[in-house]
Write a protein that binds this ligand. Sequence first.
Ligand SMILES: C[S@@+](CC[C@H](N)C(=O)[O-])C[C@H]1O[C@@H](n2cnc3c(N)ncnc32)[C@H](O)[C@@H]1O
Length: 264
Amino acid sequence: MSGRKTINDFLSEDLIDITQLLTLVLGQNKEQLYTYSNYELTNKELNKLDELIQHRQNGKPFAYLSGSQGFYHLDFKVSPATLIPRPETELLIDIAVELFRPNQKIHALDLGTGSGVIAITLADKCPAWQLSATDQSNDALKIAKLNATRKIDFYCCNWFKTLPNKKFDLIISNPPYIAENDPHLKDLQFEPTEALISGKDGLDDIRTIIKLAPQYLNLGGYILLEHGYNQKIEITNLLVNSFTNIKTYKDYNGVDRAILAQYS
Ligand SMILES: C[S@@+](CC[C@H](N)C(=O)[O-])C[C@H]1O[C@@H](n2cnc3c(N)ncnc32)[C@H](O)[C@@H]1O
């Protein structure tokens, strides 16, 4: 007996995400961990595990340690340059796929694509849709390009700024929408602030997108936005000038989360 710690020793400790951290270090799935629970970790594995436990205890999200996060039916690479995709954002996919048929040749634009989850999931589910995606972060776009499973036109720009002169049938975005003094920001310190914060009331970027979107939409085209729990009324007021058929949606927690409107 070497006296080194076994998988079972770690599993019986009260350590945050220890099962997932063990799967990461040992390259085994959960079932294998339980099957081989008497396995003694090597020094190298112990050092790696210690390092990950420290990171996790300091609040670093597991997705940044593993480098990936599931979204809808796909797995996406993430990095500290990208937001970690949230399950709430899957609502945008559900709404978008009801607007057009998967085999319809439409043009859709994902603004602030981050790791690419929205554009890539839509491209995967709707083979005839032509997707474009923008982000102002080159580092985020590098990750989105690695995640892409089929052709998407990526642009590094400030919202619409350097897009080609082209119109879309759908503009979809999960933009930054947190107010700069929001107390929840302290729990999000590992994610890029440019992906989260949008001025005093969290609406600066949504105001810009709504103002510019009509120039880039075909008549009858849609804008679909994710937003914060308390922003539905203000965003509706911003939309009424240029858009009709405004619909609002709650997420699976019953919280106001998305808004759809038609350019007409
Ligand atoms: C809330 S994150 C959403 C990321 C991804 N779409 C998702 O749902 O996981 C917002 C994204 O918008 C990008 N962004 C922020 N300001 C921008 C701007 N002015 N122009 C383009 N992209 C911007 C950020 O870099 C970030 O990737």
